[in-house]
Write a protein that binds this ligand. Sequence first.
Ligand code: IFM
Length: 735
Amino acid sequence: MTSVSEIIEQRNWQVVEAPFNAGKLSHLETIFTIGNGFLGLRGTFEEGYPGEMVSTLAHGIFNHAEGELVPDLVNLPNPLAVKITVNGVEFSMERGKGQMLGYRRVLDLRTACLTREVIWHNGVDAIVKLRFERFASLKNPHLVAQRISVRALLGTPIIRFNSRVDGTQNNEGVHHWEEMQTGGEGDLIFLNRVTTQSRYRIAVASLHQFNPMLKAELTLTAGQPSLAYQTSLAVDSEVALIKWSAIHTNRDSDDPLHAAQMTLKAAQQQGYESSYQAHVEEWATYWHDSDIQIEGDETAQRAVRFCTYHLLIAAPRDDDRVSIGAKTLSGPGYKGHVFWDTELFMVPMLTLTQPKIARNLLMYRYHNLEGARHKAQKSGFAGAMFPWESTDTGEETTPQWTHPLPDGTRIRIWTGDNEQHISTDIAYAVMQYWHWTGDDEFFLKYGAEIVLDTAVFWGSRVEYNADQGRYELTNQIGPDEYHENVNNSVFTNRMTQWHLQTAITVHDWLLREHPTAGAGLIERLGINTQQLTRWRDIIARMYLPKDPQTGLLEQFEGFFKLDRIDISHWQPRVANLDAVLGHERTQEVMVIKQADIVMLMALLGDQFGSRAEQEHHWTFYYPLVDHGSSLSPSIHAWIAARLDHMADAYKLFHYAANIDLEDLKGNIRDGIHAAAAGGVWQALVFGFAGLNLDEMGNLRLMPKLPSHWRSVRFRVWCKGQQRQIVIGDETSTNP
Ligand code: IFM
C-alpha cells in the first residue's frame, strides 16, 4: 500500500493537467516541454490542434532569413506527429469530435517524462483508452522516444496510426529551410534539410515498431513523409506503437542522416524499457546534485523543482559552443537569443550544482570572443564588448527596431547599443565559477582572457570628465531598462569599477602563479603599465552619483529629479507599467523595471556597503520597482531575506517560483522565463540559506528561512568536493 508521505512525495514531482484545459493550450505547451540539453520539444499534442505552437529546437541552429532583422533559433521538423483513427473517426479532443470521458496529463519532473491518458468515445461505436508517453533521452541526447498505446474498452475497433515527420513548421511565419530530401523505407521516414543562410544541415528521422510488426504504408509528400499502420482490436486488447526519432545536425556529425539512422538502429536494439531506464538513471544523477528539498511547503517544493527541471533540460551538457536562451528551448520568445540572463541568473545555480555545464556556458562566451572584439572595434573601442543579444557568432543580434505598433510606428531598441554591462556580467560569472570551483585550468586558459579583454574594453570606453576630475559612463542602459541612454548608471559604473579592480587582481595572479603563460596572455591582449595605471585611476575616480544629504546612491544622474508616482495606484495588473504609461512618460517617472541598485547589492554583498546602508537603499528603492521584468522578483526576494524582510521575501520568492506555472506575466506562450527560474535557486540558496564562500574559501551559512519551512536540504560543489547542506533542526554542512 502507498503511504501518505509517498503520495505527497510523488505529487511534489509532478505537474498535472486534469481535466483537459483547451483554453490554456499554449501555456501548457510551454510548461510541458521536454528536453535534454541538446533539444527541446514543446508539449504539443501528437494529433495537432488549431492555434498550437509546435516547436522543436536544438541549441545552436540559428539562421538569418532574408528580410528579417535578426537571426532565429530555427524551428526544426516535428518528429512527434501521430494521428489516430478509431473505426474511421479521427481521435481529437476538440469539442464535438467524439466525446472525452477522462483525461490526465502528467509531467514527471523526476524522470522528465510526459504522459497523457485519455478515455475517448469515438461518437459512434467504440470507447478506447489512449496512452501517450514521451521522453527526450538524457542518455543519448539525439534520441526522442514515444510509446502510444490504444486499448479497446468497448467495441472491436479498427485502429489506424498515421505517423509523420512534419516539416511544415516555421518560425511564426518565417521560413528557414531548403529541402534536400524527403525519404523513407520500411518503417523509417526522414527529412534532410539545410538552413537558407547559415547552411546548417539537419536530419530528422523516425523509426516505428509494433509487436508484432504491422504492415507499413509509406507516403512521401515533400516535407512530410508519413507511415500508416492499421490493426483491429478485440475488447480489452491493446496495440502499442513505439516511435523512435533521431535528430542530428552537421554541428555533431558530417553526415546527419547517417548518424540519425545509426541512432535509431541502436535504440531499436536496446529496446524501449532499457532506453527508458538508462534515461531515468541519468536523471537520477542530475537530481542528486541539483535538487532542493523543502519540508513544510508543498507549493514551493513543486515550484522549485519545476524551475530546476526547466534549467536542466535546457542546459547544454556536451557542447561548449552554445548557451541557454532567455526562453530556453521551450518557445519562440526572443528568437532563442542569449542575454545576461544566462550568466547572472542561470549560471550560478549550475556553477554550484553542475559545474561542468557552467563551464560549457562560459566557454560559449570564450569561443565568441572574436565577435565581441569585432563589436568593440566597430564601436571605436578596444578589447571585447559582448553583444546584448547573442546567437552563434558572438556578433550583436539585438534588433534595432520593434515590430510596428498598431499605429504603424516602430520604437528604436537601444539595448544592443547601450546595455553594455553585459560584458561585466559575463566577467562576474567567470569569477564566481572560478571562486567556487577552483578550476585553475579553465581560468588560466580561458576565463582570465574573458575577464581581461572585457576590462580592456572598459578601459577604452570610460570617459574622463576634466571639469569634474572624474570618470564617467554616458549613454548607458542599466538593468532598469525603462530609462534608456542615461548617464552614470550606478550599477554600470560601480560594476565597471569592480571589473577593473578584479582585472588587476587577475593580472597580478597570472604573473605570480603562471609567469610564462600569464605574461604571454597579457602581452597578447596589449595590457601594459600605462593601461594598468589608467585602470587604477578609473577605480579611484569613477563617478557614482549620490545625494550628499540622504547618502543615497542615485540610480543614474537625474533619477532623483524624475516625478515620483505611487505605483500601487495601478495595482493589480499584469501589463508592465511602461505599457500602461507609454514609452515617453515612463522616461519621466521614478519607476524601476527590475532590480538595479538592488541587483548591485546582490552581486556585491558587503562590498556594496554596511547592513545599514543596504537597508537604507532597500527602503528607498523597493517601493519604486514595478517588476516589469521576470528577472526582478527573485533578486528582490534574495535581498529581502538577507535584510530580514521575511514577509516580502516569501511573497517575492513565491511570485518568482510560480511565474510560469501560473502564467503570472501573461506571456508564457513564448517560453519559460529561464532567468526567473535561476533566480529562484539563488533566492533560496543565497537568500534564505545565506550560503556564501568567504575569502578563505570556507562555506558560510546564515539561514533565514520562511517561518513555516521546517527544513531545506541541497547539495553544492565547492572546490571539487560535494557538500550537503541541511538547514532545519540540525543545520549543518557535511562533506
Ligand atoms: O535580459 C532581459 C532584460 O533584462 C529584461 N527583458 C527581458 C530580457 C530577456 O529575458
